[in-house]
Design a protein around this ligand. Structure first.
Ligand code: XIL
Length: 457
């Protein structure tokens, strides 16, 4: 058949780009070109290395010098918390947080947002609230703060520390918990709607030991969220370690088991009390545990110098009070530089981005897939983009010939294999003209050839 210009225009343009192949660590350079800063060393395996930053120290030139040189991710230590950003109800205050954000952005660093909803460091007005008034105030806070920083945050700690310590494996009692067990998923949905581009994390401490009830409780929640399509992308492990709470021997197992649920894992507030070679070897273990887990996307330490730490007496950080590198610094740097496919990667991962573009025109939409595959499983993230007019609902069709969906998020699917129709859920059907939203699914087998196509509904 001879193709007329009209029929050519109707053929979808399919572009397939293989963006990374055979393990995230393949691009690590040989040891001869070892990186000399934490951020650059982490980037060799596609990861980041961050620190908590206090706005009050941005005038300290030693502090800022180390910050600018070493780190490529920043978390506000206190300045984005609820008491700082909404000191009076409905009156938002971003001055100190913006100082940190602007400093990071002018230096080309990314930002982790910490934290949208938490039982601690609440403003006084919120501490005395309860019931639906508190639920609404919390959701408004999440919406306002995430909207204010939309597009600037790599990952938000949407909910912090919601599980109880000890053997219960259940939720911590708090005013937020007493508004109903669904407060966490409500917060995640509000955050997704406000900033669809940010990764949304659940963050906690004492969740590092796989055998602990608290770890299991958080794991079950994430598993449940994934199975019901609650939008969660990552789990943060604070990892504040000391003699009472040492680095567990099964730390890497914990990170891997969470990652296997189809979320990224991040070490979000690392500090390890101690000194000398024992501290250095603990830092080495933690760093290598992250490097060994493909979906461990980065490490953040909770401060720069020992004297900047919330636990200063335990000298838990990588620089001493004078800003000198400690043995712990060198062990982290060496571990990051050692990342190579031979020692850290046991599975083969291929990321493929396929874009199908058929010029949707007004009312239409396009869908593209980012596929993370390994031997026996895959995670597909599908981006739905509105055409030149807004969508009020969408449907994406995928083809899964050699795999089976085991869980999905932010869309409901008509089945688990073959041709699957995915429809928006209640919070992501409205997509402004030219804007995007994402959903995803994980599965066993192969996710190759999904070939998504989108229609407005
Ligand atoms: C800490 C800060 O480092 C201190 O400056 C502040 O006084 C209390 O909070 N878990 C968290 C962090 O998620 O926000 C906490 O940060 C440390 C424990």
């Amino acid at each position: 058949m001879r193709l007329t210009s009209k029929s050519v225009a109707l053929i979808p343009i399919i572009a397939t780009v293989v963006t990374a192949a055979i393990g995230a660590t393949l691009i690590a350079p040989p040891a001869a070109s070892a990186a000399t800063t934490l951020g650059a060393a982490a980037q060799q395996s596609g990861r980041y290395f961050g620190t908590a930053v206090a706005a009050g120290r941005l005038g300290d030139s030693t502090y800022v010098g180390i910050l600018n040189r070493e780190f490529d991710m920043v978390t506000a230590e206190n300045e984005m918390k609820m008491d700082a950003t909404e000191p009076q109800q409905g009156r938002f205050s971003y001055g100190n947080a913006d100082r940190i954000v602007n400093q990071a952005r002018t230096q080309g660093k990314r930002i982790r947002g910490h934290a949208l909803a938490w039982h601690s460091q609440q403003p006084g007005w919120m501490q005395s609230m309860s019931g639906s008034a508190l639920r609404n105030a919390m959701l408004n806070h999440v919406t306002q703060v995430a909207t204010y920083y939309r597009g600037k945050i790599y990952a938000w700690d949407v909910v912090n520390e919601a599980f109880a310590d000890g053997s219960s494996g259940g939720r911590r009692d708090s005013n937020l918990q007493r508004t109903g067990n669904d407060w966490i998923e409500a917060a995640f949905r509000a955050a997704r709607a406000a900033d669809p581009g940010a990764k949304l994390c659940y963050n906690d401490y004492n969740t590092d030991d796989w055998s602990h009830a608290k770890t299991q409780g958080v794991y079950r929640m994430v598993q449940d969220f994934k199975s019901r399509g609650v939008p969660i992308d990552c789990v943060g492990f604070q990892s504040h370690f000391n003699a009472q709470s040492p680095v567990p021997s099964n730390y890497q197992t914990t990170l891997q088991n969470f990652a296997n649920l189809g979320v990224d894992v991040q070490i979000t507030e690392l500090d390890i009390e101690g000194s000398g070679s024992s501290q250095a070897s603990n830092y080495d273990r933690v760093t290598r545990a992250c490097l060994a887990v493909a979906r461990c996307t980065g490490i953040t330490v909770w401060g720069i110098r020992d004297t900047d730490s919330w636990r200063a007496s335990g000298t838990p950080l990588l620089f001493d009070g004078n800003g000198n590198k400690k043995a712990a610094y060198t062990s982290v740097l060496n571990a990051l530089n050692s990342a190579d496919p031979g020692t850290t990667t046991t599975t083969t991962t291929t990321t493929t981005t396929t874009t199908t573009s058929n010029d949707p025109g007004p009312g239409g939409c396009t869908a593209s897939v980012s596929l993370n595959q390994w031997n026996g499983g895959f995670v597909a993230t599908i981006k739905v983009t509105a055409g030149s007019s807004a969508l009020s609902g969408w449907r994406v069709t995928t083809t899964l010939s050699n795999g089976t969906v085991t869980g999905s998020w932010s869309a409901s699917g008509s089945g688990t294999s073959g041709t699957i129709n995915w429809s928006n859920v209640d919070y992501n059907g409205n997509v402004p003209a030219g804007q995007s939203t994402e959903f995803g699914f994980q599965g066993s087998g192969s996710g190759a050839g999904l070939n998504p196509s989108c229609t407005a509904s």
